[in-house]
Design a protein around this ligand. Structure first.
Ligand code: XMP
Length: 480
C-alpha cells in the first residue's frame, strides 16, 4: 500500500519534495485530457487543490474562484463566525460558470475603478445603470486620466453581451470573433449577472466546479481546539459549510482528540479534517477520534518557523508517505499541508498518497487573496502574507484579551509576521497558478501511465536525488 522506490532504494533518512523525482513508466495514456483528477476523499474536489486556512490567503474571492475550478478553500478560524456564515452564503450564491463582476455607476470615478480593478483577475469594471451594463472600463482606459474623472467619460460603450446560460465554447467563439477579451453576461431582461473572459470560457470547458448536493459551490471552514468547539462547529454546519477542518499546529494532543470527538458527535456525515500530524500514530489517534481526513505537515510551511524554533517537524515527502499509508490502511485519507512551491511538489505529494494538497503562501501572491496589492520601489506588485502562528496573527486573534494577556501570548510566536508575496507578472491570478499545477499534474500522470490519482499513486516510481540533481531540473535563467 505504499509508493515504489526506484531499484528498491529506500533511504534510511526522511525526504522532502526536492529530494525526490519520478521516472517515466511505459504508458497507455495517450492524452493529458484523458486523466481524471477527481479526488475520492469525500471533499468533493475535482482537482486536488485546497486553499489553506490562512487570513492572508483564503477569503470569499479565493473561495469562489477555486471552487469554480474544482478546488476548495478553507475559511480561517480567526474570522468571526457570523462573518464566515456570510462568506459561505455568498460563495453558495455564485454562478458556476461566469465570474462575479466589479460594478460601478457612470458617475463613479476613475479613482474608484483603480482601487477595485486589482481585486479581480478579469481586470475590468462594468459600468451599470439600473442593473444593466452600459460600459466597460479597464486599467488601460484609466491610464494618464485624472482620478476624479467620471467613468462615463472613459468607458468603452461598444459592448458585446452574452446571454446567461450560454455554452462556454460558444461564448469563447463569440468573444474571439468580436475580438473582445471579455463580455458582461446578462439575463433575459438585459440585467447584468456576471462577466466572462475568453480564458474564463476556455477554463469552463476544462474544469468541473466543486459543488454540493444542491449544485452550489463548495466551501470549508476551520475551527481551533480551544473554547466551545462544539458550539462553533454547529454554527458553521448550520451556516452550510461542506467540510470542517479542526486545526492546530500540534494535532497529536489530547485537546484535539476531545475536540474531534465533540465535533463528530454533532454530525456523523459531514467530512471532518483534522491535523496537523506527521506520524502514523498521529493518524491513527485522529482517525479513531472521528477524522475522515488527516492533515499532514509540521514545519514545511513557507511562513513557518516551528522547525527552527523547536527542532520539531519532519521532511514533508516522508511525512506524507507514512501518514497516507496508515490512513489508507484505515480506509481514510490525508491532505499534504505546506511547503508546496512548484507544480512538481503537488505531483509528488499525490504520488506519495495524499488525496489533496493544501496551498497557502504561494496563493497569497494572487489577485484573489484578501490583501491589497502594493508596489515595491521597482514597481513590482506584491501582497503581504503572514503565518497563522505569527505574533501578528496572535495579535489579531486575541483582540478581546487584556493587553497583558495579548503580550504574553505573542511571545510564543512560531511564524513570520510579514512577508512579501510577489505576484508573478505572467501568472497574477490564482487561476493561472491552478492552470500550471493542473497542467503539470496531468502530464505527470501520463508519464506514470495513470488515468486517475489512485493509479498515479500506485504506478509512481520515486527516486532520490542530490541537490545537483534537483538544480539540473531547473531551467536556466533566460539571461544566462
Ligand atoms: P504554505 O507553505 O503553503 O503552507 O504556506 C501552508 C501551511 O502552513 C502552516 N502554517 C504555519 N505553520 N507557523 C507554522 O508553524 C505559522 O505561523 C503558520 N501559518 C501557516 C499551515 O499548516 C498552513 O496550512
Amino acid at each position: 500500500d505504499n509508493v515504489r522506490f526506484l531499484n528498491n532504494q529506500v533511504p534510511p533518512y526522511d525526504l522532502t519534495y526536492s529530494d525526490v523525482f519520478m521516472v517515466p513508466n511505459r504508458s497507455a495514456v495517450g492524452s493529458r485530457l484523458d486523466v481524471d483528477l477527481t479526488t475520492r476523499d469525500g471533499s468533493g474536489t475535482t482537482i486536488p487543490i485546497v486553499v489553506a486556512n490562512m487570513t492572508a490567503v483564503a477569503g470569499r474571492r479565493m473561495a469562489e474562484t477555486v471552487a469554480r475550478r474544482g478546488g476548495i478553500a478553507v475559511i480561517p478560524q480567526d474570522i468571526p463566525l457570523d462573518v464566515v456564515a456570510d462568506v459561505v452564503q455568498w460563495v453558495k450564491s455564485r454562478h458556476l460558470v461566469h465570474d462575479t463582476p466589479i460594478t460601478l455607476g457612470p458617475t463613479d470615478t476613475v479613482g474608484d475603478a483603480l482601487n477595485l480593478l486589482p481585486k479581480r483577475a478579469h481586470n475590468a469594471v462594468i459600468v451599470v445603470e439600473a442593473g444593466r451594463p452600459i460600459g466597460v472600463v479597464t486599467e488601460a482606459d484609466c491610464q494618464g486620466v485624472d482620478r476624479f474623472t467620471q467613468l462615463a467619460q472613459v468607458m468603452s460603450t461598444e459592448l458585446l453581451t452574452l446571454p446567461d446560460g450560454i455554452d462556454p465554447q460558444e461564448a469563447f467563439d463569440r468573444l474571439h470573433e468580436g475580438r473582445h477579451r471579455l463580455a458582461p453576461v446578462v439575463d433575459g431582461d438585459g440585467r447584468l449577472v456576471g462577466i466572462l473572459t475568453r480564458t474564463g470560457a476556455l477554463r469552463a470547458t476544462l474544469y468541473q466546479p466543486a459543488v454540493d448536493a444542491a449544485g452550489k459551490l463548495r466551501v470549508a471552514a476551520a475551527i481551533g481546539i480551544n473554547g466551545d468547539v462544539a458550539h462553533k462547529a454547529k454554527y458553521l454546519l448550520d451556516a452550510g459549510v461542506d467540510l470542517l477542518v479542526v486545526d492546530t499546529a500540534h494535532g497529536h494532543q489530547e485537546k484535539m482528540i476531545s475536540a474531534l470527538r465533540a465535533v463528530r458527535a454533532l454530525d456523523p456525515q459531514v467530512p471532518i479534517v483534522a491535523g496537523n500530524v506527521v506520524t502514523r500514530e498521529g493518524v491513527r489517534d485522529l482517525v479513531e477520534a472521528g477524522a475522515d481526513i488527516v492533515k499532514v505537515g509540521v514545519g514545511p510551511g513557507a511562513m513557518c518557523t516551528t522547525r527552527m524554533m523547536t527542532g520539531v517537524g519532519r521532511p514533508q515527502f516522508s511525512a506524507v508517505l507514512e501518514c497516507a499509508a496508515e490512513a489508507r490502511r484505515l480506509g481514510k485519507h490525508v491532505w499534504a499541508d505546506g511547503g508546496i512551491r512548484h507544480p512538481r511538489d503537488v505531483a509528488l505529494a499525490l504520488a506519495a498518497g495524499a488525496a489533496n494538497v493544501m496551498i497557502g503562501s504561494w496563493f497569497a501572491g494572487t489577485y484573489e487573496s484578501p490583501g491589497d496589492v502594493h508596489r515595491d520601489a521597482d514597481g513590482r506588485q506584491y501582497k503581504e502574507s503572514f503565518g497563522m502562528a505569527s505574533a501578528r496573527a496572535v495579535q489579531l486573534r486575541t483582540a478581546k484579551d487584556t493587553p497583558f494577556e495579548r503580550a504574553r501570548k505573542a511571545l510564543f510566536e512560531e511564524g513570520i509576521s510579514t512577508a512579501r508575496m510577489y505576484l508573478d507578472p505572467e501568472r497574477p491570478s490564482v487561476e493561472d497558478l491552478i492552470d500550471s499545477i493542473v497542467a503539470g499534474l496531468r502530464s505527470a500522470c501520463t508519464y506514470a501511465g495513470a488515468r486517475n490519482l489512485e493509479e498515479f499513486h500506485e504506478r509512481a516510481v520515486i527516486g532520490v536525488q542530490s541537490l545537483a540533481g534537483f538544480t539540473e531540473g531547473m531551467p536556466l535563467p533566460t539571461s544566462w
